[in-house]
Each structure stands twice: as C-alpha cells, then as structure tokens.
Design a protein around this ligand. Structure first.
Ligand code: MN
Length: 290
C-alpha cells in the first residue's frame, strides 16, 4: 500500500477562550499558524464538551455580523437557537448541522436553546468557517438547515460509520450544497474498530480528533481535541480506534486567493474590509428584530 496520505503534524488547540458566555471553545485553526494548509477552511472552534448548570439566563453570543464566508455549526450535545436579519430562525439539535452562507452579510445571534438553558446539561458543538471564492463573497445570503435524518451515513469498517455532511464519500453525496469542492465527514468509531476512507489528492486535508484515541495511517493520536494535518499526496486514510472516538474529517480544494480578515469579516482586500465595517455600522447588513 503506497497510496497512504502522510501525517504532516498533530496540533493541540492553539487557543482557548469563550465566545460570548455560551461557547467555551478550543481553537484548532487558524491558531497554530494553520492558514494556507487549511485553505479553503478559515477557522474551527470546538465548543465543550462542558456541563452547564440549569439557568434562567440565556447564554450565547448576541447580535453580530458575518460577511464573505460560510459558518457551519455541527451540534453533538445540547442545542443552539439562532435568528438572523432575514427573519429566519431555528434550532440546531444533536446530529443537526446549520450551513449558513453569510456571503454579502448576515446579522444573527446564536444562543443556547431555551429548554437546554433551563434544564442544563452537556454542551458540545463545532463551528467551522468555510471561505467563499471572490466571485461569491457578495452573493445573496442564505442557510441550509440540515437535520440529522438528512445526512447520509455509511459504514467505513466494522463499528465505524461516516456521516457525509458535505462532499462525497464512496460515491455517496453529502447533504450540504457547497460553492467549491469540500468534504466534511462526521466519523464515529467504536472501541477497537477500524475503517478506511479515500480522500482527494487535490484537496488540503485534516482530521480533527474531538474525543477518543485513534491511529491515522499508523500515527498515534491519543489526546482529545487534536488536529491531524495530512498530506495532499496519497488518497488512502486508515483509521483505528483504541477507544470510542469522534472525528471530523475536513478536505477542500484550496481557493489560493488573497485573504483579508477582520473579526467576522473575511474578504480579499483591506478596502473590502473597510466597506464591510461601514456597511454593518450603517445597517446595510440588516438588523435583528427586537
Ligand atoms: Mn455567528
């Protein structure tokens, strides 16, 4: 077997912080200096798993904008309710994914869901930012509310399954529509299981070990919240799980375009960033209804 991808590095979270008062996150990139290597992905925050006590106070992050990219929220435990300047609203429950195309601009809030807030419990979620190509940064915003039942699942070995959130695996297409070729797979492995997947050689590729202990093409990764950077070369990835494990596979064709970013705005030039700040302040990205 000479077609294995090479493990180029294993990274621990490069920063830990709170997003608002609802999301205690560990950032895997762009901290760690992983920018070009992860193109077209911009950021991955792993929130929790953290136990929240019952509360009367809704926690989360209040009104804020995004422009120029997509935010992908993957719920594992707990639930998040969102509403935005287009009047859309919804709740992301465990297994669900919200794929939001901010594009020309969305103003939204992301809060723990009401019943979860009252009852408390373990909260665990990923937020991934996917860049948009220059040609689509100012496209019309929208979002895909993808329920767990809409996500195709296939076995990748005995005791190991992949949920195809986006892209394609073994000829099966994922649930999300994307602007450029990306794969996002939610992989769950039982203790002692193994599996194998084939990934494109033209994509930047990484595996995030959220929980558990695995080997990736023979390289052992036994700490949680680790990013395993893979070579573009080679297509085969062999996974073995020593414990019950939860993985997120990310691959994408790099955009290779200039990136200018400022907080929630990711554009191609500094002038476009200044315009985004102006447009947000002037209310041109809309407002949340009170
Ligand atoms: Mn947001």
């Amino acid at each position: 077997m000479t077609d294995l991808k090479t493990v180029r590095g294993v990274f621990e979270p490069g920063s830990e912080h709170w997003v608002g008062d609802g999301f205690p996150v560990r950032n895997l990139f762009p901290s760690n200096g992983l920018v070009a290597q992860m193109d077209p992905f911009l950021m991955l925050d792993y929130a929790g798993p953290v136990e929240f006590p019952p509360s009367d106070q809704p926690k989360g992050v209040g009104e804020h904008p995004h422009r120029g990219f997509e935010t992908v929220t993957i719920a594992y435990q707990g639930a998040v309710s969102h509403r935005d300047s287009s009047g859309s609203a919804g709740t992301i429950f465990p297994g669900d994914v919200q794929w939001m195309t901010a594009a020309s601009g969305v103003v939204h809030e992301e809060m723990h869901e009401r019943d979860f807030t009252r009852q408390g419990g373990v909260f665990e979620m990923v937020q991934l930012w996917v860049n948009l190509p220059a040609a689509h940064k100012m496209s019309k915003p929208g979002y895909q509310a993808i329920t767990s039942a809409q996500i195709p699942t296939l076995p990748i070995g005995a005791g190991a399954t992949a949920r195809i959130i986006a892209g394609e695996l073994a000829g099966i297409k994922g649930a999300a529509q994307t602007f450029t070729p990306v794969n996002v797979f939610d992989i769950r492995m039982a203790a002692g299981s193994s599996g194998e997947i084939s990934l494109p050689t033209t994509h930047n590729s990484a595996i995030i070990l959220l929980r558990g202990s695995i080997t990736v093409n023979g390289a052992q990764v036994d700490e949680e919240a680790r990013l395993v950077l893979l070579s573009n070369e080679g297509s085969a990835v062999k996974l073995e799980a020593a414990k019950e494990s939860l993985l997120l596979v990310l691959t994408g064709e790099p955009l290779n375009e200039p990136v200018a970013s400022y907080g929630p705005f990711v554009m191609n030039t500094q002038a476009e960033i200044m315009q985004a700040i102006d447009d947000y302040r002037a209310g041109r990205m809309g407002r949340l209804a009170g």
